[in-house]
Write a protein that binds this ligand. Structure first.
Ligand SMILES: [Zn+2]
Length: 407
């Protein structure tokens, strides 16, 4: 089976995850896909194949070299985003893309156009896999799975390429932020690993946000509006005052790169009580802590004005920047870097403006940077993947295995 055949087969499984079920895997259909993959890994002759009750599938490609080589892993996630249906994905290959508009769905006039998605122009002359405009594609992250399985199959077929023990791990529920929670790092047994879950060719990521969630509750005092003078406290107005005190330029829509933000994600309120919800993000741990302190300071100011107990703040850390766990083992980035260059890919290191499973795994003791899987426009109907991107990702995996053994 070729890399592309594998990918097309994998996207035929609907594996959408669901935040609301509280289960792992969050949807039983992910287990159906896991069972299929397990069978495929068995037919490839891998060893130590385990699929646990939570849908975590691990397997081993044994070393073929007679020396001490660190065990490394490659990880991808099986679920697709809850943002868009992944049922009845009907992919199409656009051969030798000519740089013009691609009609995904004629009847609904859904067009994948370089006018909206200029990155398409980088892939002129290539074969692209696109959707029929009605679902997402699922390259996030079935491309990663197809690349890992194909790289392992390639290594099996090419015993002249010497490598240490390679572990592969496929997990459910990354898209709902739960992919790493039940990942048994000890059982996986690797010194380090790479998630194959990035976008465009060359992406190499080992920095992500530090993240916290804040919920602020404002208590008002409701009085008949005709007789409210000097008596009423309208919690909606107090909440609004608080919102206006935060820096107006430090929002997602005003920031990029390493700039952090406060993101207002929800407001609910009446005169008596209002709540506002924020997420706080910053790559820099010290600035991240300062942002949380700033929220506490503003809450104290409001309480000083309206009376203690008017505002209550709940802060909860969500995840941290993996950089602090990767820095002591920078050689794992150097290896990925060298592997990319060796197969003709220009590495593009950039900070993730979000979190990854790899960040959580890094804090669980498995340093785990993220490498491109090659897809673009994730989580929607405009998702596509150039076939050469997938081939390059597969080559990078093979090369990393080889480099780790040659050191
Ligand atoms: Zn992903």
């Amino acid at each position: 089976m070729t890399l592309v055949d594998r990918f097309l087969k994998y996207v035929s499984f609907d594996t959408q995850s669901d935040e609301s079920t509280g289960l792992t895997p969050s949807t039983p259909k992910q287990m159906v896909f896991a069972e299929y993959l397990k069978t495929e890994l068995e037919s490839l002759g891998l060893e130590d194949i385990t699929l646990d009750e939570h849908g975590y599938l691990f397997a081993t490609l044994p070393a073929n070299i007679d020396k001490e080589v660190p065990t490394i892993g490659f990880i991808a996630h099986m679920d697709t985003s809850p943002d868009m249906t992944g049922k009845d994905v009907s992919p199409r290959i656009v051969k030798d893309y000519d740089g013009s508009d691609i009609v995904l769905c004629a009847e609904e006039n859904i067009i994948l156009s370089p006018a909206q998605f200029p990155e398409l122009r980088d892939h002129k002359g290539e074969d692209l896999i696109v959707t029929n405009g009605k679902t997402l594609l699922g390259a996030d992250d079935k491309a990663g799975i197809a690349e890992i399985v194909s790289a392992i199959a390639y290594l099996k077929e090419h015993p002249e390429i010497k490598h240490g023990k390679i572990r592969i791990g496929f997990n459910p529920d990354e898209e709902i932020g739960e992919g790493a929670h039940k990942f048994d790092v000890e059982k996986f047994g690797c010194e380090w690993a790479y998630t194959m879950d990035g976008g465009e060719v060359g992406e190499l990521e080992f920095e992500n946000f530090n993240a916290a969630a804040a919920k602020i509750t404002f208590k008002g005092r409701n009085v008949h509006p005709g007789y409210a003078k000097n008596k009423m406290i309208n919690s909606i107005r107090v909440a609004n005052q608080f919102i206006a005190m935060l820096p107006s330029m430090e929002t997602p829509e005003q920031t990029e790169g390493y700039e952090g933000f406060y993101h207002l994600i929800g407001i609910q309120g009446d005169v008596e009580q209002s709540t506002v919800s924020y997420i706080i993000r910053d790559h820099d741990r010290a600035k991240f802590e300062e942002r949380k302190e700033e929220m506490k300071r503003l809450v104290a100011l409001i309480n000083a004005e309206y009376g203690e107990g008017t505002v209550a703040l709940e802060l909860r850390d969500q995840y941290y920047n993996m950089r602090e766990k990767i820095e002591p083992v920078m050689h794992i980035i150097d290896t990925a870097f060298s592997a990319m260059e060796a197969v003709g890919v220009k590495p593009n290191v950039r900070p993730i403006r979000g979190g990854t499973d790899g960040a959580q795994l890094s804090f669980k003791g498995l340093p785990c940077p993220n490498i491109f899987a090659g897809g673009l426009n994730f989580h929607g109907r405009y998702e596509f993947i150039p076939i050469p991107n997938m081939e390059k990702a597969m080559n990078v995996i093979v090369k990393i295995a080889e480099l780790v053994a040659s050191k």
